[in-house]
Design a protein around this ligand. Structure first.
Ligand code: AMP
Ligand code: MG
Length: 353
């Protein structure tokens, strides 16, 4: 299959191309599109066969559910059993935006889309191209991240092409993504709302609207042995080809430990990559040293993380050492989302020095 690539800016939407993309979805095809979090791989959320195509294109296990993307709040009613008051409050505060809500699904949503669950994940993305595309596609677009299963989510269209080129009908290239990490997921099906995946919308932000919110225990701990709440959480996501270790400790100790380990690995003929930050990269001696951004501006780190992991893959790095963001994770904010994704990429391999 030839994949058509259509460049499009949010400020300058191309109506004809959006119509065409919408037609592809209505006919059961697949279109990758930009959102504010990462690129999504879209198919008709109400069509069982389209969901199957998404799983196949990504090589994703079919019990790992998809998120249903909508473009108008009223479209939520037909796909869920009930809309709790908390969901309306959250929609009012954060939609369109990087927040996904888990609700009880109606019969309209096929089990293929929800990975066999009686609940459905719903989000209204904060991106003009995404919203226009969802509207043109009939209002319900199932979309996981547009990467091959096991690879970091794509923050640039070229990574979508690398992973899915030739396997999907179209890619809408919206340039660089604003946030760079997937949406916050909050489960509203229980009495107390539970964060299943941290993201740009933080616990503190949710609590301002809802009162008390819980965080799923498996998010920052090693989840081995614990039954995950969301089926998707049991899969090791975002794994780079190189073996990634997170080094945690004081700035000086971490720099020293990473330099020492890098030397040992390089003596063994391994190619080593290091993930540092703007004010530490000058101190590292390794084959490839990259800055994730500034600790003072954590959104820069969120935006760079997946690109860096992919670049290490392309550069054939065998071993990766990364600084830790544990302290910022404890402080809340997007630091928690960064650390959650880094821990997953490292298979929870963290060394304290
Ligand atoms: P992705 O968009 O690739 O990050 O994948 C969507 C993720 O959303 C899945 O891996 C799940 O963790 C989560 N998810 C989707 N639907 C549900 C659901 N009904 N219940 C719990 N988690 C869900
Ligand atoms: Mg994903």
């Amino acid at each position: 299959m030839e994949t058509k690539i259509v460049p499009m800016k949010e400020e300058n939407l191309d109506k004809n191309a959006l119509e065409e993309a919408g037609e592809v979805i209505k006919k059961g095809g697949l279109v990758a599109f930009p959102t504010e979090t990462v690129y999504g791989l879209g198919g008709n959320a109400l069509d069982e066969a389209a969901a199957g195509k998404i799983y196949r294109a990504k090589g994703r296990p079919s019990d790992n559910p998809l998120i249903v993307h909508i473009c108008r709040l009223e479209d939520i009613y037909p796909i869920v059993k009930e809309v709790p008051e908390g969901a309306l409050k959250l929609a009012d505060a954060f939609w369109p935006g990087p927040l996904t809500m888990i609700l009880r699904k109606s019969d309209k949503v096929p089990y293929a889309t929800t990975g066999g669950l009686d609940t459905v994940a719903v989000r209204m993305p904060g991106h003009k191209t995404a919203l226009a595309f969802i509207g043109a596609a009939g209002g319900y677009v199932a979309a996981p991240s547009a990467n091959t299963s096991g690879k970091p989510s794509p923050t640039l269209a070229k990574y979508v092409t690398e992973d899915l080129g030739g396997r999907i009908d179209m890619i809408i290239d919206g340039g660089r993504i604003a946030i760079g990490l997937e949406s916050t997921i909050v489960d509203l099906t229980e009495t107390i709302p539970v964060i299943l995946r941290p993201g740009y919308i933080t616990k503190e932000m949710l609590e301002k609207v809802l009162g008390y919110v819980e965080t799923d225990k498996t998010i920052l701990d090693d989840d081995a042995g614990q039954a995950p709440k969301a089926p998707g959480m049991k899969y090791k996501h975002y794994a780079p080809k190189g073996e990634l270790t997170i080094m945690s400790g004081s700035r000086e100790m971490v720099i020293e430990a990473i330099n020492q380990k890098s030397r040992e690995m390089e003596d063994k003929g391994k190619k080593v990559g290091v993930i540092g930050t703007d004010d530490t990269i000058a101190f590292y001696r390794a084959d490839v040293v990259k800055s994730a951004g500034s600790r003072e501006k954590e959104d820069t780190i969120a935006r760079a993380l997946y690109r860096i992991l992919r670049e290490f893959d392309d550069e054939g790095v065998d071993v990766i050492y990364s600084e830790s963001f544990e302290e910022s994770a404890k402080a809340g904010g997007i630091g928690q989302a960064i650390m959650n994704r880094l821990l997953k990429a490292a298979g929870h391999h963290i060394e304290r020095v």
